[in-house]
Write a protein that binds this ligand. Structure first.
Ligand code: SAM
Length: 288
């Protein structure tokens, strides 16, 4: 386990993932009934952008800084931007030093009565995660399972007693069989909670692997309606580093699906690094 998210915190892929996460939470908050969020690969919760790792790659400059420096931001960015600003005491974009990870954003937006479960396997990151989340004094009930394999925890924790909520699966994809691990985990999870909303983040690097991943998700037994969302900041043959990422989203929230017609062109325009940038979505599995 060599992957450390600190090198990538706040990059284009985080902006994509975290904006969609905050939108899902906003829609979950529209109903009074409590819900659960399970974050299977939690990372460390918040990231120091002035630290050695983030400074080495400076990936956040092409991600969160682009967002904070943009003019006339659409209303769907409000909650995400507010969380980042809150962490940075309203500093100017070029002076921000803190970036919220997915568990931080969930904790910030969830309500009293809701429940957040966060897993992290890496031993050191598990300790940092616990320290980082503690000062927030969440309103939602917080369960940090760390060190803990997020895939194993899925089986133990589903179905949630609240019967509504979101599972975020955000692996590092450093192991060659990570796509298969995700499919196996989804297969087990669907047997326990078929109506759950599962957002799986993935990198777009190898078209053969991603195509096989899409096919394997679509072939899952009892798979619910599933949306495929892809963002490319350039074509794969241009430049080095990650050129795209996506979400496979089983049972995506209705409100988020409706908003994608505005969100995706916005992200393409904001984060694109060449004329080859694109953003799209299509149903991988239609509602039966
Ligand atoms: N979700 C986080 C966010 O958006 O702020 C970032 C997560 S990062 C991409 C992936 C994390 O998963 C790393 O911190 C890594 O240590 C952890 N990890 C790797 N394998 C895991 C596993 N099987 N279960 C739980 N965590 C794991």
């Amino acid at each position: 386990m060599n992957y450390r998210h600190s090198y990538h915190a706040g990059n284009f892929a985080d902006v994509f993932k975290h904006l969609l996460l905050t939108r899902a939470l906003v829609y979950l908050n529209k109903k009074p009934k409590p819900y659960m969020v399970m974050d299977t690969h939690g990372g460390i919760g918040r990231y120091n952008l002035s630290g050695e790792e983030a400074q080495k790659t400076q990936e956040f400059e092409q991600g969160i800084l682009r967002l904070l420096e943009a003019q006339d931001l659409p209303a769907f960015t409000d909650d995400f931007v507010a969380c980042v600003k809150q962490l940075n005491a309203d500093s100017a974009p070029s002076d921000i030093t803190q970036y919220p990870g997915s568990p931080w954003l969930s904790q910030a937006l969830m309500r009293a009565g809701d429940r957040l479960i966060v897993c992290e396997l890496h031993r050191d990151d598990a300790t940092t995660l616990k320290t980082n989340l503690a000062p927030l004094k969440t309103q939602a009930k917080l369960e940090v399972l760390a060190p803990q394999d997020g895939y194993q925890a899925l089986s133990a924790k589903l179905p949630p007693r609240e019967k509504r909520g979101l599972v975020l699966i955000d692996p590092p994809f450093e192991q060659t069989d990570e796509y298969d691990q995700v499919v196996t985990a989804l297969n087990a999870a669907l047997k326990r909670w078929q109506s759950g909303s599962y957002a799986v983040w993935f990198p777009i690097k190898d078209p053969v692997k991603t195509a096989a991943f899409y096919d394997n998700v679509a072939a899952l037994e009892n798979v619910p309606k599933t949306l495929l969302i892809e963002l490319m900041i350039r074509t794969p043959d241009e430049g080095s580093g990650l050129s795209g990422c996506g979400f496979v989203w089983l049972n995506p929230p209705f409100g988020v699906v409706n908003e994608l017609a505005q969100i995706l062109p916005f992200l393409q325009n904001l984060l694109g690094q060449s004329a080859g940038a694109s953003a799209s979505c299509r149903w991988l599995v239609e509602e039966s």
